[in-house]
Design a protein around this ligand. Structure first.
Ligand SMILES: O=C[C@H](O)[C@H](O)[C@H](O)COP(=O)(O)O
Length: 261
């Protein structure tokens, strides 16, 4: 591992490396999006190069697709493979039940479809994303551009009626324009004072016309792997209710970091 990698990236890398250890020959994989998932794609590419591992990946964003292609990871579409063995993705927050907030990178819609169509979902993360209660991270909600201001008002009204609205609801921007997702939608970020019941909030939000999907992943994640900069990987499995810690020994090939140059 390069000495100059900062501690957060080292932790993400350790989690990603440990997660890729779960991948078996012949698997169909969901490939998540974000900086942590990018480490997973690099580690996966390394196993493909070095061990001849045969897998096919379904990417959850254009960004992930481009990275995977550049590193030689074979790709397919969800419509072609229909069902996946395993999805590995990052998250913005996770709670003790392994419920998640996702969408900080605006990829929540494809991520939720892909993770739901998988036998197993592993989330890779650093320790900073663990929370007792979800909601400090603004909750991303993907909405259709048509009438988005009306949708936003309805979302705010709903949050007030549930007594969970904190500061405000904001349209995610990139420069001076609304950010447009891979599915040509907008993202609203919900700044909440608390979430209370995440399952209920997820269901209620998706009932509002114009809302496509929200970033609450409830009962979707099976395993969270928390990476630490010193090489420890903590594997928390919600189904077996086990927590295991091991050390990731890693001797990276020279070219795992080429896309970072
Ligand atoms: O839309 C983006 C995703 O949900 C990401 O997986 C999430 O934001 C975590 O990203 P990162 O690993 O960069 O913190």
């Amino acid at each position: 591992m390069p000495a100059d990698l900062n501690p957060i990236d080292k932790a993400k890398f350790i989690a990603a490396k440990r997660a890729v250890g779960f991948v078996q020959d012949g698997m169909k994989l969901g490939l998540g999006t974000g900086s942590t998932a990018a480490w997973m794609v690099r580690c996966l590419a390394e196993r493909i190069r070095e061990e001849g591992l045969r897998v096919v990946g379904v990417p959850t964003s254009t960004r992930t697709a481009e990275l995977a292609v550049s590193l030689g990871v074979p790709l397919s579409t969800l419509d072609e493979v229909k069902w996946l063995d395993l999805t590995i993705d990052g998250a913005d927050e996770f709670d003790p039940s392994l419920n998640l907030i996702k969408g900080g990178g605006a990829a929540l819609l494809q991520e939720k479809i892909v993770a739901t169509a998988s036998d197993q979902m592993i989330v890779i993360t650093d320790a900073a994303k663990e929370v007792v209660q979800l909601g400090a991270f603004p909750l991303p909600v993907e909405v259709i551009p048509f009438g988005w201001q009306t949708t936003k008002a309805l979302v705010e009204e709903t949050l007030v009626s549930m007594d969970v609205l904190g500061r405000d609801v904001t349209l995610r921007m990139t420069g001076d324009r609304p950010l447009v997702t891979d599915e040509s939608n907008y993202i609203l970020d919900l700044h909440l004072n608390r979430i209370g019941n995440p399952r209920q909030l997820a269901l209620v939000l998706n009932q509002i016309p114009g809302v496509v999907e929200n970033g609450l992943f409830i009962d979707i994640c099976d395993i969270v792997i928390i990476g630490h900069a010193d090489g420890r990987a903590v594997v928390r499995d919600i189904n077996t209710r086990t927590v295991e810690e091991d050390r990731v020994e890693f001797a990276p090939s020279d070219n795992i970091f080429t896309d970072l140059d």
